[in-house]
Design a protein around this ligand. Structure first.
Ligand code: NAI
Length: 347
């Protein structure tokens, strides 16, 4: 993997390799684009199989953040921080060190939650930089709710696009991953009368969700092949690849998990099989919208307004996909790239 070539190809501005001697923390910060405003992206802490994999993930996620910003027409661009979850790291000290690095970047990069970075880690970060999400009352708040509302309203927009109307009571939705977003999504779907089934690799979490919401519990291995109207991936990315695609028995794939397609060509295959895939970077931008507006405009955008905004984006992407008969992921990327090129050219 040639980092500089990859940066040139994808239009990256800066990639920082991090090693903190005291805590043992190692990772990356990738700044994809600041042509429209500061770059936003959370901190992912994950057990990667290799250094190269961690770097690739960081680049991929940062670029997806730029796409999200352009589609949502936010005065911001994309970035990401990735930390390697390795044995022996002193994590509180690691997040403090990361906070100092982010602070030194002076507001060019704003960071926040992602997989592996929850409330405890954000508290440490926020104590060391002004440019991170404060999980307490001083912060934007309701981030998972914003994401879940966007996913919920976006699923509604996709079903409306397909069926010409929407009756939740006839829809069976399978939610994979009942974490912060998956639970909020399942709660909304149940409240609107949909039939909801869910799974989580954490059996206690699954049991709790079944008790709390009254959803049907599914074995994690049954998720892909369970017949449904919508499969909503809300766990990790990379779910849809050559083998898993064959198992699907759904009309729509639409969820919060970033990069659910192992490769873009898997979106093409879904399209060819008549499965509507709503791009994750369109659906899951609720928290980004809430955080960006909070940091840059100093106000808290209502969760319902965020949901409406995401639903409008989904409809415009699907209508364009329908007009051009192209897979929605390619259409959404093209729309984002076109807007990005226009903005860069006008500056
Ligand atoms: P989370 O960590 O709270 O929840 C993820 C859940 O998925 C956990 O309960 C975990 O046990 C479960 N899980 C992991 N692998 C699984 C598998 N193979 N099968 C079933 N369950 C599995 O994460 P959160 O915040 O709910 O985010 C979910 C996804 O949405 C992530 O991919 C995240 O990157 C993405 N996302 C989240 C946003 C947010 O506002 N939290 C914003 C944008 C994207």
């Amino acid at each position: 993997m040639h980092l500089l070539d990859a940066m040139t190809r994808e239009g990256f501005e800066e990639v920082i390799a991090i090693h903190d001697r005291d805590s043992g923390m190692r990772g990356w910060i990738a700044i994809h684009d600041t042509s429209e405003g500061p770059a936003f992206g959370g901190v992912r802490r994950y057990e990667y199989r290799s250094e190269a994999e961690s770097m690739m993930d960081c680049l991929r996620l940062a670029r997806a953040m730029t796409h999200k910003c352009r589609l949502a027409e936010l005065p911001a661009g994309g970035a990401k921080a990735v930390l390697l979850d390795e044995p022996g790291v002193d994590w509180p000290a690691a997040y403090a060190a990361l906070g100092r690095i982010v602070e030194r970047m002076g507001g060019r990069f704003y960071t926040g939650p992602d997989v592996g970075t929850g409330e405890a880690e954000l508290e440490v970060l926020a104590a060391h930089t002004r440019f991170s999400t404060d999980p307490g009352p001083a912060g934007p708040g309701e981030l998972e709710q914003s994401t879940a509302e966007g996913v919920f309203r976006g699923i509604g927009a996709a079903l409306h696009y397909l069926d010409g109307g929407l009756d939740w009571s006839t829809q069976r939705i399978v939610v994979q991953g009942l974490g912060a977003v998956g639970m909020e999504l399942a709660r909304r779907l149940m409240a609107h009368g949909a039939k909801v089934a869910g799974s989580d690799i954490d059996p206690e979490r699954l049991e709790w969700a079944v008790q709390e919401l009254g959803i049907e519990g599914l074995d994690p291995n049954e998720v892909l092949s369970s017949p449904c109207d919508v499969l909503a991936p809300c766990a990790m990315g990379g779910l849809l690849h050559d083998l898993s695609l064959e198992k699907l028995r759904t009309r729509v794939v639409a969820g919060a998990a970033n990069n659910v397609l192992a490769r873009t060509l898997h979106g093409d295959r879904l399209h060819a099989r008549g499965v509507l895939h709503v791009p994750d970077f369109v659906l899951n931008s609720g928290a980004l919208i809430r955080g960006t507006i909070f940091h840059l405009e100093g106000r808290r955008e209502p969760v319902s307004a965020i949901g409406e905004r995401v639903a409008r984006m989904v409809t415009s992407v699907l209508e364009e996909a329908g007009r051009t008969q192209a897979p929605p992921t390619r259409v959404a990327r093209r729309m984002a790239e076109r807007r990005l090129a226009e903005r860069r050219a006008s500056r």
